[in-house]
Design a protein. Structure first.
Ligand code: FES
Length: 267
């Protein structure tokens, strides 16, 4: 894990309140895996806690690390004011990331990536990696937006894209589950689908319930529950089913943020 000052390569507001920040962070870019996150420390001594932000893309060759975040408080508001050349401290990559090897199972014919809101950016890194590792397997990408999509073209090389929003301005009118029901036809119970998801808790709770009717393996990234991001604040407990059948609360930042869908107990 890397912890040092890095420079901002570029920053842009992609949509109102949503920013794409590209960092010159060669060590972190080389080590990063889909589903992991970094902690960014703002240059303001009154804000000591870092901002955990999921990794949207990482390019070991250029050394660039891309993050997409929303302004949701003072820390992210400060980040949004930084321009190219600003230096700030980064810790990471952190977390376990998505288990890419699960997609290599012979029985897996469908790979579904389901993102909602700020859970969409980490799906881009995941889509690219899965496409590189398993070019023969079809990837379907279901992204749920509030309204118009603010990221889309970036996903195009990696699979079939279906955008959903309640107002229909992103394409499909409805939520991501409606879109999956509409687009997916499982005719053979021997065809197994593998679903990776990251997004708001209500979305993932609904996916957990919905998938029970299918031959499906699920992996949920719970990263939006985080506070400090490194185990110090006790602010990220997830209720999980343990291998022995017991139920325990575990820190998302230490144990996750990615867990088997069947182990997550939503409250
Ligand atoms: Fe603070 Fe996990 S986010 S302990």
């Amino acid at each position: 894990m890397f912890c040092d000052y890095v420079s901002i390569h570029s920053q842009e507001e992609m949509a109102p309140g949503i920013y794409r920040m590209v960092l010159e962070a060669p060590e972190a870019a080389a080590a990063a895996a889909p589903g992991q996150f970094v902690n960014l420390y703002v240059n303001n001594p009154s804000m000591l806690l870092p901002r955990p932000i999921s990794i949207c893309e990482a390019d070991p060759e250029s050394g660039l690390l891309t993050l997409i975040y929303a302004v949701v408080g003072h820390g992210t508001d400060e980040l949004a004011g930084y321009t190219a050349g600003t230096r700030l401290r980064l810790m990471g990559p952190l977390g376990n990331g998505f288990p890419l090897e699960r997609a290599g199972q012979e029985s897996v014919r469908e790979i579904l990536l389901v993102g909602g809101g700020l859970g969409i950016p980490p799906m881009l890194f995941l889509a690219r990696k899965l496409h590189e590792m398993y070019p023969e397997k079809g990837i379907r990408i279901f992204n749920g937006f509030r309204s118009k999509p603010w990221i889309e073209e970036e996903f195009m090389p990696y699979g079939e894209i279906f955008n959903a929003s309640d107002d229909g301005r992103s394409g499909f009118m409805g939520n991501v589950i409606d879109a999956m029901e509409y687009k997916m036809i499982f005719t053979d119970e021997n065809i197994k689908a593998l679903l990776y998801t990251c997004g708001p808790l209500p979305m993932m709770r609904a996916i957990q319930k919905w998938q029970q009717g299918y031959n499906m393996e699920t992996w949920f990234s719970l990263e939006e529950r985080m506070g400090c991001g490194f185990g110090a604040c006790a602010g990220c407990p997830a209720k999980l089913r343990m291998p022995d059948g017991s139920v325990a609360r575990k820190g998302v930042c230490k144990m996750g943020p990615v867990f088997p869908g069947e182990d997550v107990i939503f409250e």
